[in-house]
Design a protein around this ligand. Structure first.
Ligand code: ZN
Length: 189
């Protein structure tokens, strides 16, 4: 590479033109070479740091779910809410927060689970109780009205998961659902 020919090149660090001795000389001076090396090292470090930050931000939910002690950020992610909301829940005493240090609040996974157990609205075990008989047919009525057998009717009820309720000796099912299912041409009244 070395030759007696003088080559004009541009310094990769400071951008100024210089007379290079070889075609691969990158810098006008040793100083620029060192500075550029430093800059690249710094940039590499920043990239590593950014990657780490990204990894923390994108910490998979699975990893959070397996932890017993959570940061507020973890909890927010777990609850799909903002960090502010988690702090609000702690302030209101809805969620237990552990003041780990002046600037760090931690939560226990078990407290969050308990929060849900307490907060979940009870699902009525027998929603059929809510059915109003006035809005229902009894089974015999349905068989007559739609001309189907008892077995066929029960199959339909089972297959479509139609709510039914027993009152006295009759079993009832909602007219609206039965009409919709069994009457393809509902009369307009
Ligand atoms: Zn230079």
């Amino acid at each position: 590479m070395s030759s007696n020919i003088r080559i004009t090149r541009v310094c990769q660090y400071c951008g100024s033109e210089f007379e290079a001795k070889t075609t691969v000389t990158k810098y006008c001076s040793e100083v620029c070479g060192k500075r550029h090396y430093k800059a690249r090292t710094r940039e590499a470090k920043v990239q590593v740091s950014n990657a780490e930050t990204k990894a923390v931000l994108e910490k998979p939910l699975q990893e959070i779910q397996s932890k017993e002690i959570l940061t507020v950020r973890d909890a927010a992610k777990l609850l799909s809410c903002s960090i502010r909301t988690v702090y609000n829940l702690i302030d209101r005493g809805t969620l237990n927060g552990i003041k780990f240090s002046e600037r760090k609040t931690l939560l226990r996974r078990s407290d969050i689970d308990r929060f849900f157990e307490d907060a979940v609205m009870p699902i009525p075990k027998r929603p059929e109780k809510a059915l109003n008989i006035k809005d229902c047919y009894h089974m015999g009525e349905i068989q007559l009205k739609f001309n189907i057998s008892e077995k066929a009717l029960y199959d339909i009820i089972k297959r479509n998961n139609i709510p039914k309720v027993q009152q006295g000796k009759f079993v009832y099912a909602p007219k609206s659902i039965i009409d919709q299912l069994l009457n393809p041409f509902p009369r307009k009244s």
